[in-house]
Design a protein around this ligand. Structure first.
Ligand code: 13P
Ligand code: SF4
Length: 337
């Protein structure tokens, strides 16, 4: 690529967060993406909240723990991260020698944004004898201020592995933190952050839906608020929710998490019915606006031109890596692979 083209591409990304380049509408994006994967030894890692087409071109689809584990182990030269910024950043932290590209640099996360590092550093200083466990949905700056990272699939086990009298700060998700406090009997100090998607579910509407579908099981992500979690028959990470629907004998489920997961649930269980839990107003707010910034066109463009790329300061990367490594070691010990 010429220097002039690289400058143009970077300016384009700076302005839009993604490459805003017109594509031939007749282009077979699926075939082109497959070609680029082979030509560039690239792997597409996608989160379950991505739109179905993206899930269908992905080499691996997973929850945050699975994606971090896969990113750490891959021998691809380019990691295309179809998810949000903190996920791609985690892949870069674990894999500094690989190129990590993200379809849209502006695919952020309300939960991560709810915890700015300078404010969190002050909060941490107010609790000097506390260990910091941070949910992976946070920036590298927060990870660097943490002792252990966790995800929704290992948070309970990580907390239980610590001595009962260990004082803990849990950040940034107050809902996941409150849920872990409840199931472990701990009293972790919680940062006041939340996910905009999981806070929107309506207890009243879910209860009415349950009356119309009395045999449906309610399954929920632990980022939901406590009144929603109280209604749930099963609570877990996206992968755990999917696995539950594969093993459980029910024919119908009310699903309280982002709607993207329904694609894999329906693929794995074509004979079952999945109903998205309703939000508390008439918007489609149980679609994550950040996750849904990614499109198949943007995947193709970021593979073709290799931007937007995740670039990290090395000192920050090393500081953020320590608590992620701790999580990966503990997860392996727990058999969560
Ligand atoms: P998991 O896929 O790890 O359950 O996380 C859900 C989520 O909100 C990711 O942003
Ligand atoms: Fe962040 Fe919530 Fe979107 Fe997940 S669903 S990326 S936690 S805003």
């Amino acid at each position: 690529m010429s220097t002039a083209l690289v400058t143009d591409l970077n300016l384009n990304v700076e302005k839009n967060g993604f490459l805003d380049i017109e594509l031939d509408p007749e282009m077979d994006l699926f075939a082109e993406i497959e070609r680029l994967k082979k030509e560039k030894n690239a792997i597409i890692l996608a989160h379950y909240y991505q739109e179905p087409d993206i899930q269908d071109v992905a080499d691996y689809i997973g929850d945050s723990l699975g994606l971090a584990q896969k990113a750490e182990k891959t021998d691809a030269d380019i990691i295309v991260f179809a998810g949000v910024h903190f996920m791609a950043e985690t892949a870069k932290i674990l894999n500094p020698t690989k190129k990590v590209v993200i379809p849209d640099f502006k695919a952020g996360c309300s939960l991560s944004d709810s915890c700015p590092p300078p404010l969190f550093a002050q909060f941490k200083a107010q609790h000097p004898d506390h260990l910091v466990i941070s949910y992976i949905n946070c920036s590298a700056g927060i990870k660097a201020l943490s002792d252990i990272i966790c995800t929704s699939s290992n948070a309970q086990k990580i907390v239980e592995s610590l001595p009962k009298d260990q004082k803990i700060i849990f950040a940034p998700d107050k809902n996941l933190g409150a849920y872990i406090n409840k199931v472990t009997g701990r009293n972790m100090v919680l940062w006041n952050g939340a996910c905009m998607v999981h806070e929107i579910f309506s207890v009243e509407k879910i209860s009415k839906l349950k009356l119309r579908h009395p045999n449906a099981k309610i399954i929920a992500h632990p980022e939901c608020e406590e009144p929603v979690l109280r209604l749930a028959d099963y609570i877990g990470s996206t992968t755990q929710l999917l696995k539950y629907t594969e093993k459980d004998a029910s024919a119908e489920y009310i699903v309280a998490t982002e709607t993207g997961i329904l694609h894999q649930m329906m693929k794995s269980n074509p004979q079952k019915t999945f109903i998205p839990a309703p939000p508390n107003n008439s918007c489609a707010c149980n679609d994550c606006p950040h996750m849904k910034r990614n499109t198949l066109e943007k995947i193709y463009l970021c593979m073709e031109y290799e931007v937007p790329e995740i670039i990290m300061d090395e000192e920050l990367r090393l500081a953020a890596k320590k608590p992620i490594d701790r999580m990966l070691e503990l997860s392996a010990q727990f058999g969560l692979i």
